[in-house]
Write a protein that binds this ligand. Structure first.
Ligand code: XIL
Length: 386
């Protein structure tokens, strides 16, 4: 009997050991991951550029996951709150402003010399129930929106370089029919205030922090489309009314194999830069239809390189932010389980081909620019030497 207990005991210990090892980050991966320099952020800084990422919040990400934090500090010089600066986090009820997660991110960013994008002062999602179901009359809804923007932007005035003031106002299903309303109907702001809520939001943000750069942010505008036309018309309308708007954020949520061509991306940035706006890729991820294969990871790397190339070459673009640090914590995992591996680092925080493609392009761009400077120097010298 005793012998049997010992055997069962030994089997249990062996199983636990396997489970512990298997559960450890890095199982199925080389324990040692590549963390050799150069790092993205150092290269970006040499190019006066921001390479950033959305930052989660909690035990699995910022500020508690050490591997997540090491990767974040080492590789990025810009951050945006994935959700802790949205209404849903900040405003659990009408009287409460929960700034703590945002405060923590700002302190971290300032201690690590990172630019901060604010996301987002208004959106049709992440709206707390007391607002969504509040049935507020127009005037009260306007005051609610203005008060929120005034307090949130005011709280971090001078510390947040740029804000997504309005996020995703235009519908995805435009038919182009004459007289079609391009605006989303499933927005509490559209419902309770009416179309001028967008102008009201931008004016409130400009008043709360006149120095902050104010962005309109959306997806599905990275190639010519009815949606891009509608966003363009929206911005022209705002500019026509004298509303301060400084930039457009192209979210860049792409499917691997369907990223717009270099020409399409450039034409889209050119179009909005032509309105005098800054342009940025603000939420880039390139999701891969499962199963994820080495060939798909290679294609993903080429597409990430394409985005970085277009961004760096565009005079009105100074930032590319990815929507997450590592594949293990991407929103895609819960948003569409048929896809995965959308980011630069895998679930073990190991660099993927996409990372190296971005880094190699940054390195090449630095050499190009240095070559250009040396070329100019040589030309000046030759001119002087006659
Ligand atoms: C997503 C976050 O990643 C999720 O964690 C959250 O549950 C929902 O919002 N476009 C946006 C982002 O502008 O705010 C969204 O982020 C992704 C799509």
């Amino acid at each position: 009997m005793m012998m049997r207990r010992r055997v069962f005991g030994l089997i249990f210990v062996a199983i636990m050991a396997v489970v512990l090892v298997a559960g450890m980050p890095g199982c199925g991966k080389p324990v040692k991951i590549d963390i050799t320099p150069p790092y993205l952020r150092d290269l970006a800084e040499q190019l006066n550029f921001y390479i950033g990422t959305a930052v989660g919040y909690g035990s699995q990400t910022f500020p508690n996951n050490s591997q997540y934090m090491r990767t974040l500090k080492r590789e990025f010089n810009a951050v945006v709150a994935e959700y802790t600066m949205k209404w849903g986090t900040i405003r659990p009820d009408r009287e409460t402003f929960n700034y703590r997660p945002g405060d923590e991110l700002l302190d971290f960013a300032e201690n690590n010399k990172m630019m901060v994008r604010g996301h987002t002062l208004s959106w049709h999602q992440s709206v707390p129930a007391w607002v969504e179901n509040g049935n507020f009359p127009r005037d009260e809804a306007i005051s609610l929106l203005q008060d929120h923007i005034n307090k949130v932007v005011g709280r971090w005035k001078g510390r947040i370089r740029e804000w997504d003031v309005v996020n995703e106002v235009i519908r995805d299903d435009l038919t182009g029919q004459t007289g079609e309303n391009p605006r989303r109907g499933n927005s509490v702001w559209e419902r309770s205030i009416g179309a001028d809520w967008v102008e009201i939001a931008f004016r409130a943000a400009a008043e709360a922090d006149p120095d902050a750069l104010l962005f309109y942010n959306d997806y599905g505008i990275e190639r010519k489309s009815r949606k891009q036309d509608a966003v363009y018309a929206l911005i022209q309308d705002l500019q026509g009314k004298g509303v301060k708007i400084d930039g457009v954020g192209f979210q860049g949520h792409f499917v691997c194999g369907n990223v717009p061509s270099e020409e399409e991306l450039k034409a889209s940035l050119d179009r909005f830069a032509g309105l005098g706006l800054r342009v940025q890729f603000t939420e880039v991820d390139i999701r891969i239809k499962k199963p994820v294969t080495p060939e798909k990871l290679t294609l993903q790397a080429k597409e990430y390189e394409r985005i970085i190339k277009v961004a760096l070459e565009h005079p009105a673009c100074d930032a590319v932010l990815f929507w997450g640090v590592d594949d293990g914590h991407s929103w895609i995992n819960s948003w569409d389980k048929n896809y995965g591996a959308p980011l630069l680092f895998d679930s073990w925080y190991d660099r993927k081909p996409a990372y190296y493609a971005v880094r190699d392009y940054l390195l090449a761009e630095i050499e190009r620019r240095q070559g250009g400077e040396e070329g100019e120097e040589n030309e000046k010298k030759e001119a002087q030497d006659g």
